[in-house]
Every structure is written in structure tokens, then in C-alpha cells.
Design a protein around this ligand. Structure first.
Ligand code: FES
Length: 666
């Protein structure tokens, strides 16, 4: 066998990867969702009334294999020929077979090779056929020196193994992990939006690829450790996935973990798993079908788990589960069978990591301002938050960001304050007019892009209108810390200024209020005239106020001015004013074309690259990437002028290349 994509070096590797990766792009994978769903349902139908099964034997061994064969374009009796061989290949490559086993493994691998050859020959006669192997054969004809004849053979075998066992193991690991963490299982039963993130969390905690072998191609150093050229490395991905420097409480199952997709189960850079989005698709569909049709599934207690002895792939060889078929929800509600969730291909969208909440109090705060108290339906503990944090509230089809106020020490409730904006897009008006106590909704977060640096000696807090909400939480915290601070709070009229009384009560002596109706005006120049190095300025309010402050603070030292924007006026792209350019991803050795009507982030996501992001408006900083070469057209509100001038980083969701090329580390 030749080396294949997974273990070959440059320059051959990337040339081939470029020629062969098209079918793995998210838009080309969408067409497979229905067949994976159909297959999963067929297998579920067979076991639904049994009450007790080994899920590996009954389902998880078969479906990923069938999906892999379908993806390759193998059909008919060829499916049966190929399905017997892939285990032998794993033991041969990654295990430590005994001398007798080596003989039988060698025979099986030989037969696998022959069968693959016969099938490729057949496919050659039908070059327009469907599936990745037919595509690879066509590419072989176009680029015979890049995709050689022997390479076709090797890839047929390697892809089958890569796509089959890793996904089978991952499915068994995921179901086992979630059933032994019943709260997490219950949460995804109640809220299928969490499934994509649950899949990533399972891949992180109990990934099916735990280690990988590599050889150093040159002398290098990692964290002060010398690695000589030609050193053999065993890279223990499972260890990285539990690294407490990267993941908070790494051994806990946290379905709301924001950075769970940082796991290395799919690898990183130019060798990142090409089939990761097929695996994700299968695992999401499995979890969705099981949680909807068998929410009462349990793991059979006291069973022993055994594993195929090898260095890299991990998953139990059997997984016994049980349930009472009389309690299957579809018996009383057959309509359940028709419903299902559709998941977008690719890494989970942050917006899907939602938590169910209930509105438990509604208070009229002042003119056109309401304050809502939110709790989970079971009054469970909510995640901690800090001053400056916000949540995304998803209610009746509207999705809006609101700063948290109230006390961070309250563990089971959040408070938000909402201004009615008749000129807005309708969300605030809907909440004011329609939302009542008992209404259910969802939230994403909390997240904090406006964090209070508690190390400064003194603080100037500036709020315009409803921008008081994060500012009051900061003031409360500074008071608690015994810091020196002053609040400048401007509004249209006294009766429209939210939380006035609370501020006067708790922050008297630190508060200056400006009511336009009474002829009082907040002058930012005056307020910040004597600002000095020991101070920090935090501001939230209308765009106009923040833009003016940004101009005033342009020459202030780094990290002195902090502003919270909930939306960016200048983030919309006008393709007529833009140009196309190339982004080179240095670590992955990929060049991505960014069209005039696309952001860099969109271009990366469209080809299946897991690029971190959140706001997509240049206001949160999540999509920042190091820039290695090329001129940047900065358009974000995150970086300071000094940082922008250093030309070493950019926000991929809005900033662009000034010229025709830019190189980023990714
Ligand atoms: Fe928030 Fe880019 S995703 S700044």
C-alpha cells in the first residue's frame, strides 16, 4: 500500500488533498443527510421493540460502514465484499497482532487489496458514477501523476477504515458517556438544539481517536522540549482534550461549553480529518433519533467493556442498553415519528447552544423600559456571570442580546432590562407588548466581551440611555471592591432613565446624571479631559456616543478605553465596493478564495474549516487570527488603533485584505 492522505508528507500530501477534498465540503455533504437519516431509522425500527440490545452489534458497527460505502460510491454486491475487511486493516496498522494473527491479518488485507482493485476496475468502466471514488478516478485521469493508480487502491481501503471504525467507536462512546451522565442526556432529550455541541463534547471527553503517530521532519522545539529530526512521536490527543489550561473543568460533561470544538479528535492543520463533517452528521442524527424515540434508554448496569488492543482507536466492542418498549413515546404519539431536527453541516453554531428559561417576573422599570427576571423551568443553577456579560435571548423567533444586571451572586436567576424601540426590528416591541410571566424562551450565554479589568486604580463609567445595564453591574462590583469610580449617565429625560433610583440609592456620591429634557448635557471631552494612566474608561450607549469617545480616546494608552457595542453599523458588506482576494492558511497549507460578497469567515466555513466565531459583526473578538503577511483592511471595533497598526492580527468576520493576498496562521 502507498501512504495515504493521513500519513504522507509534503509536498505530495497537500497537492492530493486539494485535488480530492471537494466532496467533503459542507455544501456537497448536505445531499447525504437524508440517506443517513433513512438508514438510521431503518435500524431503529428493527430494534425499537426489543427492550435490550448491544448497540454496537445492532447498529453502530453497520451504519457508519454503509454510509462510508455509499459515500465512496460502492454499490450492490460489492458492499458485502468490502465490509469484511476493514478490521483486519486496523489491527495491521495500529495493533500488535500475535504471529498467528499477523498471518490471518495479512491474508485479509491481501484480499481487501484485491477486492478493492476489482471494484475500482468496475468503477473505471463507469467514470461518471456517483461518490467519492468515482470522483477520485476522474481526478486520476486529469492528474495521473498526483493521483496514481496505486494511490486509488490505497485510498479505497484507508477511507473505508477511517470513516467506519472511528465513527462506530465515537457513536458507542457518545451514547455510553451521555447515558452515564443522565442530566446531560435529559437536557438533550428536552432541547435537541444542544445535540451538535453535545457531539463535540463527547468527541472531546471520549473521542474515538486517542493518539496518533508522527515523525518529526526537522529539528524543532515544543514548549522548551527539543524534538530532533526523525524522532518518532506518539501525540496523545486524548490528553490534550482534557488539558485544564484549555478547557475549564475538563473532565465534566458541559453541553454549553463554548470552546468544546477546540478538541483535537479531528486533528489540526493540514492533516485535519477530511471526513469530520460526515462523522458529525452521523453522530448528530444518531443522538437525535435516540433521544426522540427512546428517551428512557438506559445502560445495562455492571457490563464489562472490552477494547480492540491498539494505540489509536478507542471504543467498546459492545454496548448493552435496555428500555421498556411499553414506554416508547411513539406508541402514544405516532406523529413523533415524522418529526425530526435538521442540523446544519459543519461545526456547531454558537446560536444552537441554547438553555431553556422561563420569564418569572416582569417589572415596569420606567418609561418604555421593562425588567425581566429569568429562571430555568426547574430553577436549576445558572452559569456564573461577571459584570459586562450579556446573554442572547431567543423568544418567539426574535434573537436579541441583553446585558445582565442584578446581582451575580443570585445563582438561579438572571435579570435583563429592555428598552422599547419602535424604530427597531420588532424584538423589543414584541417583548414589551406580548411577553408575560410564565413565557418560555431560550438563552445563549452568558458571554463577556466587555470584561471589567479589576486591577486599575480608578474608573470612569459612561452610559447613554439603556447602556446603563452593563455599567450598573460594573459599578456594583467596583463598590464591592472598594475602588474609586464615577458614573456619568445621560438620558432623554429623568423618567426614561432606567434604574435611576437604584443608582441614587447605591451609588450616591459617585453618580452624575444628565437629562436632556432638563437641559443637562454630557460632554465627553469634559468628562475625560483629565484621564490618566491609572484610570480605565468603560462606556456603553448609542453608536454616536461610542464613536465620539473612540475618536477622543484614539491616542490614549492601550487598554484604557473599553466599549460595549451590541451591533455594528458598518459591518454590512457591499459587494460593489469590495474586491476578491486569497487567504493562505499557513498551518493547513490551504489557499481560500474570498469573493467580494463574502467575509473571510464565511469563506472558511463554506469549505468546512472550523473557524471560531460569535457575533459576526466585529464586536466580540472571537474570530481573531494572527496575520503573518499581507496588508489588512481593519473593520472591527475590537482592536485598538495601536493593535490595528501593528498589522499582526485581524477579525475574519469583517476585516479584509487590502491587496490580493493575505497569510494567516490557521
Ligand atoms: Fe465577533 Fe468576529 S465573530 S468579532
Amino acid at each position: 500500500m502507498s501512504r495515504t492522505l493521513v500519513n504522507e508528507d509534503e509536498p505530495a500530501h497537500m497537492k492530493r488533498r486539494r485535488v480530492l477534498m471537494d466532496s467533503f465540503n459542507p455544501e456537497n455533504l448536505e445531499q447525504h443527510q437524508d440517506s443517513v437519516r433513512k438508514l438510521t431509522r431503518q435500524y431503529m425500527d428493527r430494534l425499537i421493540d426489543k427492550g435490550k440490545v448491544d448497540l454496537v452489534a445492532e447498529m453502530f458497527w453497520e451504519i457508519p460502514l454503509m454510509v462510508a460505502l455509499h459515500f465512496l460510491g460502492v454499490s450492490g454486491e460489492d458492499i458485502d465484499r468490502l465490509r469484511e475487511f476493514s478490521v483486519a486493516h486496523t489491527v495491521n496498522t495500529w495493533g500488535r497482532p500475535s504471529p498467528d494473527e499477523q498471518l490471518s491479518v495479512a491474508h485479509s488485507v491481501g484480499k481487501f487489496w484485491q477486492a478493492a482493485g476489482r471494484i475500482i476496475k468496475k468503477m473505471n468502466a463507469n467514470p461518471d458514477g456517483p461518490g467519492w471514488m468515482h470522483h477520485t478516478i476522474r481526478q486520476h485521469k486529469l492528474y495521473p501523476e498526483i493521483v496514481t493508480e496505486s494511490y486509488l487502491h490505497s485510498m479505497m481501503m484507508a477511507i473505508l477504515v477511517a470513516a467506519h471504525e472511528t465513527t462506530s467507536n465515537a457513536a458507542a462512546n457518545a451514547i455510553r458517556l451521555l447515558l452515564t451522565h443522565r442530566k446531560a442526556w435529559q437536557e438533550i432529550c428536552e432541547n435537541p438544539n444542544l445535540i451538535p455541541n453535545a457531539v463535540e463534547e463527547c468527541l472531546r471527553i471520549e473521542g474515538s481517536v486517542v493518539a496518533w503517530r508522527r515523525r518529526a521532519t526537522r529539528d524543532t522545539q515544543i514548549h522548551g522540549v527539543d524534538i530532533p529530526a526523525d524522532a518518532r512521536l506518539l501525540i496523545v490527543l486524548a490528553s490534550a482534550n482534557h488539558d485544564e489550561r484549555q478547557f475549564e473543568n475538563p473532565d465534566e460533561v458541559d453541553l454549553y461549553r463554548e470552546n468544546t470544538t477546540d478538541h483535537l479528535t479531528f486533528g489540526y492543520g493540514s492533516h485535519q480529518c477530511m471526513g469530520k463533517n460526515i462523522a458529525r452528521m452521523e453522530l448528530r442524527i444518531f443522538l437525535e433519533e435516540f433521544t426522540r424515540r427512546l428517551p428512557h434508554l438506559e445502560i445495562v448496569p455492571d457490563q464489562e467493556f472490552s477494547y480492540l488492543p491498539n494505540t489509536s482507536f478507542r471504543g467498546p466492542s459492545s454496548l448493552w442498553v435496555q428500555w421498556d418498549p411499553k414506554l416508547n413515546p411513539e406508541r402514544s404519539d405516532p406523529a413523533l415519528l415524522k418529526k425530526h431536527h435538521h442540523f446544519q453541516i459543519g461545526s456547531p453554531s454558537k446560536d444552537e447552544i441554547t438553555r431553556r428559561i422561563e420569564v418569572t417576573e416582569v417589572h415596569n422599570e420606567c418609561d418604555d423600559v421593562v425588567r425581566l427576571v429569568l429562571k430555568t423551568p426547574n430553577s436549576q443553577t445558572l452559569p456564573k456571570w461577571s459584570p459586562g456579560s450579556h446573554i442572547d435571548l431567543i423568544i418567539d423567533g426574535f434573537n436579541r442580546k441583553y446585558s445582565l444586571c442584578g446581582s451575580p451572586s443570585r445563582k438561579t436567576s438572571y435579570e435583563i432590562v429592555i428598552l422599547k424601540e419602535p424604530q427597531g426590528k420588532g424584538g423589543s416591541v414584541h417583548i414589551h407588548d406580548k411577553v408575560k410571566i410564565g413565557q418560555l424562551a431560550q438563552i445563549v450565554g452568558p458571554k463577556n466581551h466587555f470584561r471589567l479589568d479589576e486591577s486599575a486604580a480608578e474608573y470612569i463609567l459612561i452610559a447613554g440611555g439603556i447602556g446603563i445595564t452593563p455599567i450598573i453591574a460594573m459599578a456594583d462590583r467596583l463598590k464591592l471592591l472598594g475602588k474609586k469610580y464615577i458614573i456619568h449617565y445621560a438620558g432623554k429625560s429623568k423618567s426614561s432613565m432606567a434604574m435611576r433610583e437604584k443608582l441614587m440609592l447605591n451609588h450616591a456620591g459617585h453618580l452624575k446624571m444628565y437629562s436632556k429634557q432638563d437641559g443637562e448635557r454630557l460632554s465627553l471631552n469634559v468628562t475625560t479631559r483629565d484621564v490618566n494612566e491609572g484610570q480605565q474608561v468603560y462606556a456603553c450607549g448609542p453608536e454616536r456616543l461610542l464613536d465620539e469617545l473612540e475618536t477622543i480616546g484614539a491616542d490614549w494608552p492601550e487598554n484604557m478605553l473599553h466599549m460595549e457595542r451590541f451591533s455594528s453599523q458598518n459591518s454590512a458588506l457591499n459587494p460593489d465596493d469590495e474586491h476578491e482576494f486569497n487567504v493562505m492558511l499557513k498551518d493547513s497549507d490551504i489557499i481560500v478564495r474570498v469573493k467580494a460578497d463574502q467575509t473571510i469567515l464565511d469563506a472558511l466555513l463554506s469549505i468546512g474549516i472550523d473557524a471560531p466565531h460569535d457575533c459576526k459583526e466585529g464586536i466580540c473578538g472571537t474570530c481573531e487570527v494572527p496575520v503573518l503577511d499581507g496588508k489588512i483592511d481593519h473593520r472591527d471595533h475590537v482592536l485598538t488603533n495601536k493593535e490595528k497598526n501593528s498589522l499582526d492580527r485581524m477579525m475574519t468576520c469583517c476585516s479584509r485584505a487590502k491587496g490580493s493576498d493575505i497569510v494567516i496562521a490557521m
